[in-house]
Design a protein around this ligand. Structure first.
Ligand SMILES: NC(=O)c1ccc[n+]([C@@H]2O[C@H](COP(=O)([O-])OP(=O)(O)OC[C@H]3O[C@@H](n4cnc5c(N)ncnc54)[C@H](O)[C@@H]3O)[C@@H](O)[C@H]2O)c1
Length: 336
């Protein structure tokens, strides 16, 4: 029986974690979750709000008083649970914000670190840190099974793009958690997700909702010039969350190190548009290329051998299944 503390709980990862913790993980777990609605809304957890095991707070990770209130609530109830687990999902995430260096630093680095200190103060047993596969930057693939957690990195820098500030910030958080675990203050790890998507994404900033919503609107889609060549793998948020919980349940894996979480199903962005078109009954959709993003690797393939071996986790949602759920859901919302 665990008490989960989740930051960024109404975001794509957070809201699905709530569902999986309440429904798959045993009935007596309790969740204290908060979000400042920077990039989400209360709608995403509407289905869990009536559940007494889930308490939601509209709090900002960077607000000292609100975080002190959260800490008071944790201290009030923590003795009723076998363990306290912190999962830090709050972050300035979407690509358009990657270039906002100060905001990214405040939330993704300082906020993460303060949340870690809070976890240690309240005696939490585990802290899961969401890092990112963006840290692989310009060397994010190879032809022998994908990049591994212990590969050396080739980062683009300020000479190339401010975009890298997001990855560099996340990389620093990996050191914070490693340091805390090495000093026996807590158990934990960092996770490098690659391109997570969700059927419930209501704010279409990411590529899959962008493609589907554009095709639904007028049968065509505008892509960056990079998409003429780019390939990606896409991870359904059901699978990203099952990986987080698999790690929470595998104490020996929480050694302060890093885990790649991704699928092996690589697809070109152009094939992705065609696939979405097929799902919507549009054959050969029109693609307009406009704009170019610097420091965007052509491919991103991650080896997930480490998490599979340590926890037995594997993704279960194929891209075909995930895409058809997205299409069905977006069409449904269009009717509302
Ligand atoms: N989505 C991806 O493809 C992806 C890939 C790699 C890593 N990640 C990481 O996974 C984690 C979860 O990402 P996600 O996909 O759920 O993103 P998301 O943007 O959907 O969720 C992040 C949530 O954090 C909230 N938030 C932002 N600043 C906050 C603050 N100061 N206080 C409280 N809440 C705040 C946002 O409102 C949002 O609900 C993040 O750390 C992200 O960097 C995501």
């Amino acid at each position: 029986m665990a008490l989960f503390i989740i930051s960024g709980v109404t975001g794509m990862t957070g809201n699905e974690l709530v569902r999986q913790i309440l429904h798959n993980q045993g009935s007596n777990n309790h969740i204290l979750g908060f979000d400042n609605f920077f990039a989400s809304s209360i709608d995403t957890v509407q289905d869990s709000l009536g559940d007494s095991r889930f308490e939601f707070f509209e709090y900002d990770l960077n607000n000292t008083e609100e975080m002190a209130d959260l800490e008071r609530r944790i201290n009030e109830i923590k003795e009723d649970y076998d363990e306290v687990i912190f999962i830090n999902c709050a972050a300035v995430v979407h690509t358009e914000y990657f270039y906002r260096v100060q905001e990214t630093f405040e939330t993704n680095v300082r906020g993460m670190e303060r949340f870690l200190q809070q976890a240690i103060r309240v005696g939490a047993k585990k802290y899961i840190n969401c890092s990112t596969s963006e840290v692989y930057s310009m060397n994010s693939w190879n032809d022998h099974g994908g990049v591994s957690e212990n590969d050396y990195l080739t980062l683009s820098t300020v000479e190339h793009s401010q975009r890298t500030s997001y990855a560099v910030g996340k990389l620093l958080t990996e050191f914070f958690i490693k340091d805390a675990v090495d000093k026996d203050k807590i158990k934990g790890c960092s996770i490098r997700f690659a391109n997570v998507y969700s059927k419930d994404e209501r704010f279409p900033k990411h590529i899959i909702p962008h493609i589907i919503n554009s095709l639904i609107a007028d049968g065509k889609v505008t892509l960056l010039e990079n998409s003429r060549k780019n390939r990606r793998t896409f991870l359904n948020n059901y699978d990203s969350c099952s990986a987080v919980l698999a790690l929470c349940n595998s104490e020996s894996a929480l050694d302060g190190t890093v885990y790649n979480v991704a699928t092996d199903e690589e697809i070109t962005i152009i094939e992705l548009v065609k696939k979405c078109g097929e799902g919507l009954g549009i054959s050969d959709p029109e693609i307009i290329f406009s704009g170019y993003r610097k420091s965007d690797p052509e491919r991103r393939i991650l080896s997930t051998k480490k998490i599979r071996e340590k926890t037995g986790w594997k993704p279960v949602i194929t891209l075909d299944k995930g895409l058809s759920e997205c299409i069905e859901n977006y069409l449904e919302h269009k009717k509302e």
